[in-house]
Design a binder for this molecule. Structure first.
Ligand SMILES: NC(=O)c1ccc[n+]([C@@H]2O[C@H](COP(=O)([O-])OP(=O)(O)OC[C@H]3O[C@@H](n4cnc5c(N)ncnc54)[C@H](OP(=O)(O)O)[C@@H]3O)[C@@H](O)[C@H]2O)c1
Length: 342
């Protein structure tokens, strides 16, 4: 039996993506077959398509980490037809990190759509332990939109930044999946949130999500000075910078005495200049974060259920036209999640 899928046989840009029929995957012990109802795109999918040394994919590879779907092969825990969402992070071994609830620190941590085939297809197999009931009151496109980025934002702000009510937060960038959740979550945790946005429309969207103040980096080239004035010379307690090369040195300048700068990524490139003096003089903490644990994932679903965060959908694109989803993300014009629908 075959299924339609968006896949690639070699690394490259979106031109190497193919849409066509592949076999429905075999279901291994401990796994479950899911019919994909919707799967959101992440920047990760673009990195995986591009490839990096020692990634070692088995081709054909199918991307897609953010899966909302329907159980096909019932098992002891789930019945056929149940609506589920999938935690994209897989623990392949138990170690000191998983024992203390820091799954994504474990060298055995894997991501659906990165290390194993993902959800840009009609069917996918996933570990049974990664299945969760789909949150009630959301469409499958909405459910798919908050998973990987919700998990990432939760660990980043709660466990790593340890954000406290009343702290000043600067989020560099607005429309990315992580940032559009982070604005909401930082506000929910009691932070005063300022956002650096790529355009007037994105600034308006960021304000709607809870930003107190925004600056448009496309219009205000000296936005860092602008924010300093806005802050009366003082800096930010917490800065979220997953933009990387283009903004990192500004983040160091904008942090307050004792501030924390958190990175989960580097959309504009991984190599940036660090003036070390900012780190010791201001006694900054530079923190990294990646994905999160199954418990963190459950917290994200709770936050969704109580409407503390809401899914932000940029666009919904049919699987057959999935290549255009990758292309749209590459333009950087999106605000929120680009969802692919079989
Ligand atoms: N480690 C992890 O677990 C993890 C998880 C998820 C994502 N990531 C990484 O985090 C990064 C963000 O991913 P994403 O999926 O949220 O989507 P994305 O589409 O890569 O987000 C791009 C973000 O960068 C901002 N941006 C781009 N150029 C900018 C500039 N010159 N100045 C200021 N902001 C700029 C955009 O802001 P505007 O929309 O305002 O232009 C947008 O918020 C990626 O590098 C991804 O690989 C890591």
């Amino acid at each position: 039996m075959g299924m339609n899928a968006l896949y690639f046989n070699n690394h490259g840009d979106s031109s190497v993506l193919k849409y066509g029929e592949l076999p429905i995957p075999d279901v291994k012990e401990g796994y479950c077959l899911i019919r994909v109802d919707a799967c959101a795109l992440n920047r990760l999918d673009l990195w995986v398509l591009q490839g990096w040394p020692n990634l070692g994919l088995n081709f054909p590879h199918i991307g897609g980490s953010d899966i909302a779907g329907t159980v096909v092969s019932g098992n002891t825990k789930w019945s056929e037809g149940e609506k589920v969402v999938i935690d994209p992070g897989i623990n392949t071994k138990r170690d000191k990190f998983t024992d203390r609830g820091e799954d994504s620190l474990s060298p055995g941590y894997r991501v659906i759509g990165e290390h194993i085939p993902g959800g840009f297809a009609e069917y996918v197999t996933v570990p049974i332990e990664n299945l969760r009931k789909a949150p009630l009151g959301f469409t499958s496109e909405e459910s798919a939109s908050s998973l990987l980025v919700g998990l990432t934002a939760y660990r980043m702000l709660v466990h790593r930044a340890n954000l406290k009510a009343g702290e000043r937060v600067l989020i560099i960038g607005s429309g990315g999946g992580v940032n559009s959740v982070a604005i909401q979550l930082a506000k929910y945790l009691g932070g005063t949130v300022h956002v650096v946005c790529g355009g007037v429309k994105k600034s308006r969207n960021a304000m709607k999500l809870g930003a107190r103040y925004t600056v448009d980096y496309t219009a205000e080239l000296d936005w860092e000075r602008h924010l300093k004035i806005q802050n009366e010379g003082d800096g930010y307690d917490v800065i979220i910078d997953n933009v990387g090369a283009k903004t990192w040195s500004k983040s160091l300048k904008l942090a307050s005495q004792g501030g924390r700068i958190i990175t989960v990524g580097n959309t504009t490139g991984p190599i940036a200049e660090t003036d070390i003096r900012y780190i010791f003089v201001k006694q900054l903490s530079i923190l990294g974060s990646t994905m999160g644990s199954h418990d963190d994932f459950d917290k994200v679903l709770e936050l969704l259920s109580k409407k503390a965060i809401k899914p932000i959908i940029d666009s919904i694109i049919p699987l057959a036209e999935g290549k255009s989803a990758y292309e749209r993300m590459n333009t950087g014009t999106h605000f929120g999640k680009i969802v692919i629908k079989p």
